[in-house]
Ligand binder design. Sequence first.
Ligand code: HMG
Ligand code: MG
Length: 300
Amino acid sequence: MSLPDHVRIVEVGPRDGLQNETVTIPTATKLELIHRLADAGLTTVEATAFVSPKWVPQMADHADVLRSIRRRPGVNYPVLTPNMKGFEAAAEAGAEEVAVFGAASETFSNKNINCSIDESLERFRPVIEAASERGIRVRGYVSCVLGCPYEGAIDPTTVARVATALYAMGCYEISLGDTIGTGTPLKAKRMVEAVAGHVPMNAIAAHFHDTYGQALANLYAVMELGVATVDASVAGLGGCPYARGASGNVATEDVVYMLDGMDITSGADLQALAATGRWISAELGREPVSRVARALAAKG
Ligand code: HMG
Ligand code: MG
């Protein structure tokens, strides 16, 4: 299988990137980030999460964020919805796409959304049905696909079982999350092959965190299998509050640099992204994690 000609980037910085920040980020800053990312050519910008503010305080302004987005034509602004309460609030605030998020690890599922894997699937079913009735698209996440902070190694057949269930319930795309970034290329390939036995390749997305510096290598490996949707977070921001030690997703700048260098289109403007990454990192009082962003800044 050859590499894809085009990769769709799902920018998750405003949600995955910011959810773990302990200092409350002003809603206006979140909105500016979302606007800048869309202006940089990204066509999917995950905006926020309609989760419990007791569990993830940083996302408590979800309705304000979603309502206030200056929507750019052709750009999707999906939001996370773990249950019907979150879905109703998201729909009310104008969501056109939502995401349910399960896991391939029982312990992580319990720590993250307070229920077992099977209970989570039953909780997602009415969300997916209600979304379908209202013409709202649903994406499905599976976390811990290459390792769990509590259980260690995860069997690819478990990943395939959860991914298949979400796809069968009506998720249009399944995002496979290496939540703690412990994966390596051959394991990533084997895991995607296991899922692709049940879910079409064009409905599979790679959501790789870069904790151990393996994310680009893992992405390249699964792109060789035909994966053409990649989740990434500007400046490499982020982590999951229920996966201690997990760093951000692979940085969007790093992904775009790699794609540009292989003549694979994504529609994203590297310079605009790097500027956005520097700006949000300054707002958070740190340097961008992205090596590409640092190299571009050093060049001046
Ligand atoms: P629970 O405590 O079992 O929920 O949490 P509950 O139904 O018993 O309700 C408890 C309270 O929360 C009630 O309020 C509800 O109204 C409220 P109270 O009566 O105590 O005042 N509540 C809500 N409020 C707002 N929005 C809602 C909502 N639902 C209930 N949707 C729950 C279950 C799922 C709500 C909770 O565990 C939760 O919010 N978890 C979210 C955790 C999270 O956001 N984690 C990060 C995202 S996942 C991730 O980062 C991984 C990913 O990036 C992929 C990867 O990297 O692998 C996607
Ligand atoms: Mg994530």
